[in-house]
Design a protein around this ligand. Sequence first.
Ligand SMILES: Cc1cc2nc3c(=O)[nH]c(=O)nc-3n(C[C@H](O)[C@H](O)[C@H](O)COP(=O)(O)O)c2cc1C
Length: 384
Amino acid sequence: MPEDHIPSLFQPLRIGNTEIRNRIVMAPLTRQRSHLSGVPTDLNVEYYRQRAGAGLIVSEGVNPSAVGYGYLFSPGLHTPEQVAGWKRVTDAVHERGGKIFAQIMHVGRLSDPLILPGGADPIAPSAVQPDPASREYTVTCPRPRRDYPTPRALEREEIFGVVEDYVHATRCAVEAGFDGVEVHAASGYLPMQFLSTNTNLRTDDFGGSVEGRAKFLLLCVDAMSDVAGPGYVAVKVSPGWSFHNVYDDDPVATYSYVVRELSARRIAYLQLGDYGMDWDVYGTLRPLFDGPVMFVAGFTRSRAAETVASGKADMIAFGQAYIANPDLAERYREGHDLNCPVIETYYTQGAKGYTDYPVFADADPGRLQPVDALPTPMDPEVIT
Ligand SMILES: Cc1cc2nc3c(=O)[nH]c(=O)nc-3n(C[C@H](O)[C@H](O)[C@H](O)COP(=O)(O)O)c2cc1C
């Protein structure tokens, strides 16, 4: 009986330096509603405050440096103003008893000179242009609507400077009151560009073998752990996913190595995404990590509860369900039906589709979907 498993989602858990009060995680969600300077706004404070019933919030991707920026109105975590803005967010979440990690997202080659300082070229392990067709996934994102340019390959010495940017962002996260940081090594962003065989053509020690391709990510994790402790650092991977045009000749070999190495480092947790792979991502990789593991993508309440109750995962992250339901954890606990997400407002501006989804008590019962359903986007015809 799935209902019997629901209480397993409401057990506390120690992750790194902190304890979370339930296993329900708000997944990292880029929403592009910060100030153009990357400083979180009042609206961002309210959005995260509303969702602080999650055991853990993983923030939207935040860039660790100006050159890591890829989405207009996405926030950063490297200037004093950005730190001050995030401090207001972390205070609001902590006031409600929640915990929050900052997801450090460097987009690498997925940027554009139009939005980089001085019109600079985006950086990457190798000068490999993303296939223009990979833009099809991001049609709703407000950023330059043209093909990604060919990035500039980093010189070997420059790579250590990029690692320093991750370290600086980690220091900023501590100052801003975050409970930890999560390195975004998934979805085709910079660390995954190093990991993937089609985007990393380097012939030095940062390319080639699995060990070479993983070196950038592991250097970042080690350097970040040096300044804040390994319990402050988490990592997200999406093994084998070709989102943003990255490919791996042998994802099982690559990620078996990466996950074992991360396990040895005693990091806070590993976020493992199975984005529709035809091999058993969780069954293959979970046993290799000795520590808390978070699964993500396509979970319902009942599947999450079964997965946690059976010990396969320690936490489950919910993306679109959290966009639409500020009180998702509370609804899952009470068995209350869910609001439907509105895709059209995922990446728009302002409060609409961001902070105006009602809590259960204020929701129109005619517009809800069953508590154990996958989030079903609302029919645009009925959006008011
Ligand atoms: C609007 C939107 C923005 C997202 N932004 C990020 C992001 O910044 N970082 C990240 O790791 N994943 C991001 N994701 C992926 C989600 O974290 C999550 O893995 C995905 O939505 C699948 O989970 P779900 O089936 O529960 O929605 C985003 C997804 C959506 C829908």
